[in-house]
Design a protein around this ligand. Structure first.
Ligand SMILES: Nc1ncnc2c1ncn2[C@@H]1O[C@H](COP(=O)(O)OP(=O)(O)OP(=O)(O)O)[C@@H](O)[C@H]1O
Ligand SMILES: [Mg+2]
Length: 246
């Protein structure tokens, strides 16, 4: 096991406000690492620092061996990022979006052709290639967006609430895509509000007001909080309950 994401007392302040406050953790290669927290807990802010999109106020962090302060360009080349806000072009077709983003990621024409065929077959989008992305159901948009984020075979993919607003069946299908990527050795860093999704992660960190208040496997967290479900863990933590061993 190798550490691919390392954060040490990483912080981001906006003026006096501590959006992310001294978070520390390591993520290992091939891990599915869940990042949980209520609205405004600081998940997106933390993720943007790790993606090289926002310079931290203090602390240390590296992603794929690159420093988040000094080597943001190298980080961007080695990761995939699916932002919380839908980021494909709604007024381009499915094929045009794939070609556009593949081009940005520096894929050759031959690679692009091969990859886009594979992606379209995997998602079952054979009959939709000429449709505008804006006309697709949200679940398909999200799946397409994920597939585009891993088009260039990144080592790590950051997913910011990738299944927000999507129905349970489509969410399950989305997680099948995540598992397939993890089996190929891609490390997954994913934020979510859905507690069933937390159960799918190898380890889960729970953020409250900018701080990581708990971090363990779902089983480990349930033991710590004497809880039957991740839902219960989350609520216990939110009301500041004592855990086993405290
Ligand atoms: N650029 C900014 N300037 C000032 N405050 C900010 C900025 N970006 C985020 N914040 C604040 O930092 C806090 C954390 O926001 P963040 O978006 O990281 O939360 P989140 O956990 O991703 O929430 P959500 O689940 O709603 O996406 C919020 O209070 C937000 O208003
Ligand atoms: Mg967010």
């Amino acid at each position: 096991m190798q550490t691919v994401i390392h954060a040490e007392k990483l912080s981001k302040h906006f003026g006096d406000f501590k959006a992310v406050s001294e978070i520390s953790f390591n993520v290992q290669t091939g891990e599915i690492f869940g990042f949980l927290g209520a609205n405004g807990a600081g998940k997106t802010t933390a993720m943007r620092m790790l993606c090289g999109l926002s310079i931290p106020t203090s602390g240390k962090a590296s992603v794929a061996g690159f420093d988040v302060f000094k080597q943001t360009e190298q980080i961007k080349k080695n990761i995939g990022y699916m932002s919380q806000k839908f980021s494909l072009y709604e007024d381009l077709t499915v094929t045009e979006n794939i070609r556009f983003f593949g081009g940005i990621y520096g894929l050759s024409n031959a690679e692009l052709k091969e990859k886009s065929e594979l992606l379209i077959n995997q998602l079952g989008l054979q009959n939709e290639t000429k449709k505008l992305v804006g006309a697709l159901p949200l679940g398909w948009k999200q799946k397409l967006s994920f597939s585009v984020a891993v088009l260039h075979n990144p080592k790590i993919v950051f997913l910011d609430e990738p299944t927000g607003g999507v129905d349970p069946v489509t969410r399950r299908q989305f997680w099948d895509l995540i598992y397939e990527a993890a089996e190929r050795g891609v490390t997954i860093f994913v934020t979510t509000h859905y507690m069933d999704e937390a159960e799918y992660c190898n380890r889960v960190s729970i953020m409250v007001d900018g701080k990581i208040e708990a971090l363990d496997s779902p089983t480990g967290l349930k033991e710590q909080f004497n809880a039957d479900s991740m839902n219960e863990v989350f609520f216990e933590l939110a009301r500041g309950a004592k855990r086993n061993g405290d």
